[in-house]
Ligand binder design. Structure first.
Ligand SMILES: *Cc1c(COP(=O)(O)O)cnc(C)c1O
Length: 387
């Protein structure tokens, strides 16, 4: 069946790409060793620093987020090093798997996939580590499989209270440019990001923001690396170039998306996401469906994961919504498969797009004969009207 009008891409990444970004990318590819390219590199590096809130170093890879995860580990650690990670959900588990495959010893604090990383448990683990064998703590800031945001600033404080020298590595893939994040102020050593979520770009760019401490540690880190090696990258980046062919047209898009974010102002971007997140939660509450996130302090402003009532499969519901209303919703990942659907409300997104999204969900719930109360759309519209 032919569907007219815009597809609603309401998965929590990749997100909707604004027309201005699409136009910026639709340009002839330029010489990546020429002067025009060096200017582009300098501009996007300066912009990214403002977005990560760092005065330190940022590295850009032509890669998915998974590649940027690997880069954060291979540049800072040595074979057999201990790493403390926290099972917040599917993405934390995937990052843990990367660490294990690289030959690191992972201490994985178990979680219920409904809560964020608990600073108290992190502090306990670090306090027990008298010999300081743990070399890094790795936390997913916004767990995209569950819609739970961990309190990174409090994790930092917990590490400081334990007086532990481990590096702090943070995955901010689905929070960067959507939820407040501060690399320098929060004392993060490596922040991992990528292009296709809050930055409103297609997939294909991965980022590491790097502290002085992580940079110093990288000179003695012995995990094998070649493509991901920071050293050659940082050295060549300083003159505006890359050690290999960069994703030129995605960098055109990145320059434009940074421009969009700066025009709006990062603090306004965060407020917009909070408002849309809160309106979504008002709708779920009115539907009398259950949020997967347990702790209101940890509600994610970039996506909402909704539990399906017993006996109903979320993927059957999502299929109906896609076919009837031309809207993609996020699926349940890992052990949440079939049990939740996820509403992405991040990136290039506004009130009426949310109204459309929630309308499609409410009609889909009715057609799928899922037990729920009507009125979620109205509850969200009321919230948006007065906030
Ligand atoms: C999307 C996502 C990833 C994975 O990124 P890819 O680009 O698919 O490799 C990792 N972590 C989080 C929190 C994510 O949301």
């Amino acid at each position: 069946m032919i569907q007219r009008g815009k597809h609603f891409l309401q998965i929590p990444g990749p997100t909707n790409v604004p027309d201005r970004v699409l136009r910026a990318m639709a340009q002839p590819t330029i010489d990546h060793r020429g002067p025009e390219f060096a200017q582009l590199t300098h501009e996007v590096m300066e912009g990214l620093k403002q977005i990560f809130k760092t005065s330190g170093t940022v590295v850009i890879y032509p890669s998915s987020g998974t590649g940027a995860w690997e880069a954060s580990l291979v540049n800072t650690l040595s074979p057999g090093d201990r790493v403390l990670m926290y099972e917040t959900g599917f993405f934390a588990t995937q990052w843990k798997n990367v660490a294990v495959r690289l030959g690191l010893e992972v201490d994985f604090i178990p979680g219920d996939w409904r809560s964020g990383a608990d600073p108290v448990r992190v502090e306990q683990k670090l306090a027990e580590d008298q010999e300081k064998k743990i070399k890094a703590v790795a936390i997913v800031h916004n767990e995209t499989s569950t819609g739970v945001t961990s309190r990174v600033a409090e994790i930092r404080k917990a590490m400081d209270r334990a007086g532990h020298p481990a590096l702090l590595l943070v995955d901010t893939i689905s929070s960067l440019a959507s939820i407040d994040y501060r690399h320098d102020e929060w004392g993060v050593d490596v922040t991992v990001g990528c292009s296709q979520k809050g930055l409103m770009l297609p997939p294909g760019l991965g980022f590491n923001a790097i502290s002085e401490k992580a940079l110093a540690q990288s000179t003695s880190a012995r995990l094998p690396k070649s493509y991901w090696d920071w050293e050659a990258m940082i050295q060549i980046n300083s003159s505006g170039f890359f050690p290999f062919t960069p994703a030129t047209n995605l960098l055109f898009g990145l320059r434009e998306s940074i421009q969009l974010l700066m025009e709006e102002g990062l603090e306004n971007v965060f407020l917009r996401h909070h408002r849309l997140g809160e309106a979504t939660r008002q709708a779920v509450k009115a539907w009398e469906l259950e949020l997967l996130c347990k702790n209101p302090e940890e509600y994610s402003d970039s996506l909402t994961a909704v539990l399906m009532p017993e006996g109903h499969n979320a993927d059957v519901f999502r299929k109906l919504v896609l076919e009837k209303f031309n809207m993609s919703l996020g699926n349940g990942l890992g052990k949440l498969a079939g049990k939740v659907f996820r509403i992405g409300h991040l990136g290039d997104f506004n009130d009426l797009m949310l109204a459309g999204t929630l309308s499609g969900i409410e009609m889909g719930l009715t057609l799928s004969k899922i037990p729920f109360s009507k009125g979620g759309v109205m509850a969200a519209l009321d919230y948006l009207t007065y906030h």
